[in-house]
Design a protein around this ligand. Structure first.
Ligand code: KET
Length: 407
């Protein structure tokens, strides 16, 4: 009997708004089903992709008898941390040269955000973090659980399907001095809308003038433009001014290491001494949480970043993924235009990164899932990486039917 259980009063929690889409997809028996929910890259054949360069690095690790399975230090693999900081801040970053960056290996992007948030909650004077509307659904939960108070700033304008730059400046301008601001480093999720470099510069000036603390979430470096350096440019301009910031990096998407849970948190400080004290406190955050991070994924990343040839191979494979996504945008846009689907769909080719924020409403999404077995998040976000030339017509039919029926 249920009532005998000491947990009898536990109520069922809803599925996660993003990962729950995959749960529902897996239960669907239709041969035409299509998962455009989670942001995970698929090939033209609809299959998950392990990069060749990752296989090569793994082979290298297996053959290397000096590779051991001892615990890593609390902060993770030293090489991985150094190389990760270089990847995001640039090899010639003065902050790195001056040793005022501390980098700790964390459990992918999510874990990096969480560790950074826990550190801020313990040691930073202003406990309010501003996140964009909309944003990745896990952001408010991560920051709330860490003890920060979450507020929002305007970001996306549904009318233009572009950036609400004026609203963004107004809201950050009205934020209390010292507040933390979560910024998507590139390829904003879910909107696919990024500020231009000129707009970033204005955001930077405003934030610095008010002493707002930037916390970058970099989950898609390389996926926006196909170029790792170009995608890191906004972050680098914030570091170049000598000010402080945090950055959470994920290798889930750009190296396809989703399940390896490999990422890094960097905190750029004013001086080397501050950075080393910050690191000592990060260790106190991490040790009781998960003790120390896993070794395999970080070793793969370090192997690739360390070796010139492998690094180049990676950039080629990364560019190929980014290009395939861009070509999916064009194909979907062309197909909707050819079909004469009502509405302006040019945002599909204007937005960047893994997702298109279609503008479809939740009623239309429910309809597409029920009638066409197409799975996506209820906010109308579709993962372009889950699409292929073969499935574009099916998606086009579904969107056409949805907007015609519920326009
Ligand atoms: N930040 C952003 C903006 C983000 O989209 C994700 C993942 C993460 C961080 C964390 O990724 P990690 O695997 O912890 O490195 N987003 C996709 C997957 C998810 O929701 O977990 C998604 O939006 O589909």
């Amino acid at each position: 009997m249920d009532s005998d259980s000491v947990f009898a009063s536990v109520v069922r929690a809803p599925e996660d708004p993003i990962l729950g889409v995959t749960v529902a997809y897996n239960k669907d028996t239709s041969p035409n089903k299509l998962n455009l929910g989670v942001g995970a890259y698929r090939t033209e054949e609809g299959k998950p992709l392990v990069l060749n360069v990752v296989r090569k690095a793994e082979q290298h690790l297996v053959n290397d008898q000096s590779q051991i399975k001892e615990y890593l230090p609390i902060v993770g693999l030293a090489d991985f941390n150094k190389l990760s900081a270089k990847l995001i801040f640039g090899a010639d970053s003065p902050a790195i040269q001056q040793n005022r960056v501390t980098t700790v290996q964390c459990l992918s992007g999510t874990g990096s955000l969480r560790v950074g948030a826990e550190f801020l909650a313990r040691h930073y004077h202003q406990l309010t973090i501003y996140i964009p509307t909309p944003t990745w659904g896990n952001h408010p939960k991560i920051f709330n659980l860490a003890g920060l108070s979450v507020k929002t700033y305007r970001y996306y304008d549904p009318a233009t399907r572009g950036l609400n730059f004026q609203g963004l400046l107004e809201d950050l301008g009205a934020a209390p001095s010292g507040a933390i601001v979560l910024l998507h480093a590139c390829a904003h999720n879910p909107t696919g809308v990024d500020p231009t470099l000129e707009q970033w510069e204005q955001i930077r000036q405003l934030m610095r003038s008010k002493g707002l603390l930037p916390f970058f979430d970099s989950a898609y470096q390389g996926f926006a433009s196909g170029n790792l350096d170009a995608d890191a440019q906004p972050v680098r301009t914030f570091v170049a001014d000598g000010g402080e910031c945090l950055a959470a990096q994920s290798y889930a998407k750009n190296m396809g290491l989703y399940g390896e849970r490999v990422g890094a948190l960097s905190i750029v400080c004013k001086t080397q001494d501050v950075a080393s004290r910050v690191e000592s406190q990060l260790k106190l955050v991490i040790r009781p949480m998960y003790s120390n991070p896993p070794i395999h994924g970080a070793s793969i990343v370090a192997t690739i970043l360390k070796d010139g040839n492998m690094y180049n191979e990676w950039t080629v494979e990364l560019k190929a993924m980014a290009d395939r996504i861009i070509s999916m945008r064009q194909q979907l846009y062309d197909a909707l235009s050819a079909k004469g689907t009502p509405g302006d769909w040019s945002h599909i080719i204007k937005q960047i990164g893994m997702f298109t924020f279609t503008g479809l409403n939740s009623e239309q999404v429910v309809f597409m899932t029920k009638e066409y077995h197409i799975y996506m998040t209820s906010d109308g976000r579709i993962s372009m990486a889950g699409l292929s030339s073969k499935t574009v017509p099916h998606l086009t039919d579904a969107i056409h039917a949805a907007v015609t029926r519920f326009g």
